[in-house]
Design a protein around this ligand. Structure first.
Ligand SMILES: [Ca+2]
Ligand SMILES: [Ca+2]
Ligand SMILES: [Ca+2]
Length: 405
């Protein structure tokens, strides 16, 4: 069951999304509307038209425009629970932008920083927008509600994080968690249940330049079991994408949390089969319902920057137009062969040996395959026909027509 907390905001959000989707859909309807007759031949002609059109766009504009066109076929954001990119001025209190203190609100209110966080080579939807949030002091802990409450399925809370400096033993603790309001049916945003779920920690690494992230279902004690509830060393100079997952499972005291960590260049098109940490439960009871995220300040030596919070009921964090906030996508030289594919396998040859993220769309724009590879993918399960392949490597993009026979 999904309950609407903020109906008006949710509707506004949907309207905004629908508006942009309709705009972007124009090209696809016009090119691919054929439903009968010699579909493959007509689609072939239409694909030629499409690529001619793309070529014109390339010459006149940039590859980032292509990425926007491709992104038009991506999912309508039905699963969105919260999007917070801190697209505000620098140095302003978060409480001016929908956040509410629930603890020590009078002391050191959470504020925005001066620059955004971004993974320039990973197409995360929250990359490089506005500024960020500084979670770097003792004092005010603040929450922001979801568009809807959730008590079934999974909640995926993604955000960018940077340690922002050395993490000392006094600077370790949980800085992020999921929230149930004290009165779930009639929330007062200043009052949250103290049974925090999916407490996400920062802890010391093996040297001054490294840190670790930890996760507890509910407990406040700093986790310490590397590979189980604490990651291996991460770099204090780098930004990471973290996805905190809470899964409701039918029955008492059996829900699970897990945590995924991505570094710059990692693909994020699909949920990895194995999380970085978890899944595991805890000794505390299940969350009755989840309604918000919280950022927590616990120590003047914590040094944490958070940005691009995107919370969803599904895994849909990719936006190909959002590879780099500062420069458009450049083109990738990659050979795809044999094309037409007659053997059920597509091979790829790129100038450098790094993972390629391959997405195949059918002529309706529907994604039929997404896979990471350095060499080849199996397409034997796909119907014969014409497909649009987008191939992404280290922030470079190639779009190609692929025929499967
Ligand atoms: Ca931002
Ligand atoms: Ca605090
Ligand atoms: Ca349960």
């Amino acid at each position: 069951m999904i309950q609407n907390i903020l109906g008006g905001r949710f509707r506004n959000s949907c309207m905004a999304i629908r508006y942009s989707t309709d705009q972007l859909d124009f090209g696809r309807r016009g090119l691919f509307e054929e439903k009968s007759g010699d579909v493959s031949a007509k689609n072939d002609i239409r694909l030629k038209q499409f690529f001619s059109f793309l070529k014109t766009i390339i010459m006149r504009y940039s590859y980032s425009i292509i990425a926007m066109l491709l992104a038009s076929s991506m999912a309508f954001s039905q699963g969105l629970l919260l999007e917070e990119n801190f697209d505000y001025a620098a140095g302003v209190p978060l409480r001016d932008h929908g956040w509410t203190p629930h603890s020590a609100g009078g002391t050191n209110p959470l504020q925005t920083g001066t620059t955004p966080l971004s993974l320039p080579n990973t197409p995360y939807v929250g990359n490089g927008i506005g500024v960020s949030a500084l979670v770097n002091n003792t004092g005010s802990d603040e929450n922001k509600p979801f568009l809807s409450s959730v008590d079934t399925g999974s909640v995926y809370a993604a955000f960018l994080v940077k340690a922002g400096g050395e993490v000392t033993s006094s600077g370790t603790g949980f800085f992020f968690h999921l929230v149930t309001y004290s009165d779930p049916a009639n929330p007062d945003f200043t009052s949250i249940s103290t049974a925090f779920r999916a407490r996400t920690f920062i802890t010391t690494g093996s040297d001054a330049g490294s840190f670790r992230l930890g996760l507890n279902f509910n407990a406040a004690a700093v986790p310490s079991n590397v590979g189980v509830d604490v990651t291996s060393d991460l770099d204090t100079a780098e930004t990471y994408l973290v996805v905190v997952k809470y899964t409701f499972i039918s029955g008492p005291d059996n829900d699970e949390v897990s945590l995924f960590v991505f570094e710059n260049g990692d693909p994020i098109s699909t949920e990895p089969a194995t999380p970085t940490l978890g899944p595991y439960g805890g000794t505390a009871g299940d969350a009755p319902i989840l309604q918000a995220v919280a950022l927590r300040q616990y120590n003047s030596e914590q040094n944490i920057i958070v940005d691009g919070i995107n919370v969803r009921t599904d895994w849909d964090f990719e936006d190909l137009s959002n590879i780099s906030a500062t420069s458009p996508l450049s083109s990738l030289e990659v050979s795809v062969y044999p094309n037409p594919a007659t053997t059920g396998v597509l091979h790829f040859k790129a100038p450098i040996a790094a993972p390629l993220t391959v997405t195949l769309r059918d002529v309706t724009g529907k994604i039929v395959l997404e896979e990471q590879t350095q060499q080849s993918i199996n397409v034997s399960h796909l119907n014969a026909g014409v497909y649009l392949a987008t191939i992404l490597q280290n922030g470079r993009l190639s779009t190609q027509k692929v025929v499967i026979q």
